[in-house]
Design a protein around this ligand. Structure first.
Ligand code: NAP
Length: 256
């Protein structure tokens, strides 16, 4: 198999550490450098504080970004400008940012994968929820994450709502005259659906999609109990991005 040279941004983070292990333990991946804004990563590869500094010297095939929304967006853009294919797990990009990155990837004929959830089970949860939404128009999404997460709702919840929106007839849910006596009680709203974000220490990444109809409910739930659960998705993304010439958003779009 062709050797793939990888640079990782955010190597000291919870996801970044797992990605470092994945790349070091995959025979056809080579970790050639990391980008750590504090320069504190302790690894046997060059550590750069800045992405431009890194790409002026290194020529990786793929950048894995697991940082923060603003930095992740800048890293993805810069990587594409340098001809490096990004695999991005960082969440919280706006749709304008995603559109801009897609245009840039296409203008450079470069692959780019942005996946708000790399867990294969979470992708199944989203697909099953989309299937169910054809028959159940009333749905509430409850996403639960650790309390260090910066963005809400989660990228997975937004992506799930978008997938449901593709098949569900637009409908404002709940009583037409319902009033929130405490603002936010009904959660965020997209196309009449509601999204609720729970943040608690002890949680990792969980999501429940609840459908209701006369006399029945259907709950589809996925739980990530550790961050290793995301790494099979990162691995397949690094392999797949080498053969793409556009931006793909969502792991479900590269799985068979
Ligand atoms: P984390 O532990 O906080 O790690 C983030 C890392 O980014 C830290 O090492 C942080 O360094 C670094 N960072 C912060 N500012 C930076 C900058 N200016 N330049 C370079 N690096 C910078 O967070 P995490 O739990 O690993 O999550 C990382 C991202 O992945 C988040 O967006 C999260 O939502 C997302 N995520 C995605 C998936 C998925 O399946 N796609 C799953 C879980 C999480 P410091 O420690 O010095 O601040």
């Amino acid at each position: 198999m062709e050797q793939i040279k990888v640079t990782i941004a955010g190597p000291r983070g919870r996801m970044g550490k797992e990605a470092v292990e994945l790349v070091l333990n995959t025979p056809h991946f080579s970790l050639i450098s990391v980008i750590d804004h504090r320069g504190e990563a302790e690894l046997n590869v060059p550590v750069y504080k800045d992405i431009n500094e890194c790409f002026n010297v290194e020529t990786p095939d793929v950048l894995i970004d697991l940082t923060t929304p603003e930095v992740g967006y800048l890293h993805t853009k810069t990587a594409l400008e340098y001809g490096v294919r990004p695999v991005v797990g960082t969440t919280g990009f706006s749709s304008d940012e995603l559109n801009e990155l897609k245009e840039l990837a296409e203008s450079k004929s470069l692959g780019c994968i942005i996946a708000p959830n790399f867990a294969i089970g979470a992708v199944m949860m989203m697909k099953f929820a989309q299937m169910a939404a054809k028959y159940f128009g009333d749905v509430e999404i409850i996403e639960l994450h650790h309390d260090q997460k910066l963005d809400a709702p989660s990228g997975t919840a937004v992506k799930t709502a978008e997938m449901i929106k593709e098949v569900r007839e637009t409908k404002k849910q709940g009583h037409p005259n319902e009033k929130e006596t405490i603002p936010g009680a009904r959660g965020a709203e997209m196309d009449g659906m509601h999204i609720h974000s729970v943040r608690l220490p002890g949680l990792i990444a969980h999501q429940q999609v609840m459908f209701g109809a006369e006399g029945q409910t259907l709950t589809i739930r996925h739980d990530s109990y550790n961050r290793t659960s995301f790494m099979s998705g990162v691995k397949v993304s690094v392999e797949t991005v080498m053969n793409l010439d556009t931006l793909v958003y969502g792991l479900e779009n590269i799985l068979e």
